[in-house]
Design a protein around this ligand. Structure first.
Ligand code: HEC
Length: 156
């Protein structure tokens, strides 16, 4: 009896680990992680810029210029293939907050991308020129992040 139970549990363990391996092998999960990682680095770079513009942390010209340049560099990183069709939050609930509208209304999202790009470029041109210069451009950046999230990202 005990022997059978052990065998049964052993078989279950094999089934569960096989499932874990199958999930790891789904390449779409890697794509989702890559684009989320890209977004995380945007937030890592933009966060202190928002804080500096509000005066929540002291303005530092060198840091501001560097972080705004990070956002510029991220524009050069092509993560287009990480936004593969079939990787929305209905197909991967709990794994992604990307709404199906990204694909069903494509290429509408490209407009949001263009606004974002313009906001980053305008910000990067002046971010190191003082807090008020940073302030004059940070609002457009925040709006461009939020504008896209409002339409294409699942609300928390
Ligand atoms: C053109 C659209 C668009 C723009 C612009 C945009 N995002 Fe996103 N962002 C998304 C989408 C879509 C997701 C959901 C990705 C997913 O879960 O697969 C997302 C997710 C995120 C996440 C969560 C990542 C995770 O680990 O789940 C953060 C943080 C984020 N964005 C920050 C930003 C910041 C900061 C900006 C502006 C500096 C920005 N985003 C601009 C579309 C955009």
């Amino acid at each position: 009896m005990l022997h059978k139970l052990v065998m049964f549990l052993g078989a279950l363990a094999v089934i569960f680990s096989a499932q874990a391996v199958a999930a790891d092998k789904d390449p779409n999960l890697g794509l989702i992680k890559a684009r989320q990682g890209h977004m995380q680095v945007r937030a890592y770079s933009a966060g202190p810029l928002f804080a500096m513009s509000k005066g929540n942390i002291p303005y530092d010209a060198e840091t501001a210029a560097k972080l705004a340049n990070n956002l510029m560099l991220l524009l050069q990183v092509d993560v287009g293939s990480a936004w593969a069709p079939g990787t929305d939050n209905e197909k991967y609930p709990g794994k992604t907050t990307a709404l199906p509208e990204i694909w069903s209304t494509y290429p509408a999202i490209a407009e949001a991308g263009k606004k974002y790009k313009a906001a980053v470029e305008e910000l990067a041109a002046v971010a190191g020129d003082g807090q008020s210069a940073l302030r004059s451009k940070i609002g457009a950046l925040g709006k461009s992040c939020k504008g896209c999230h409002d339409n294409y990202r699942e609300k928390k």
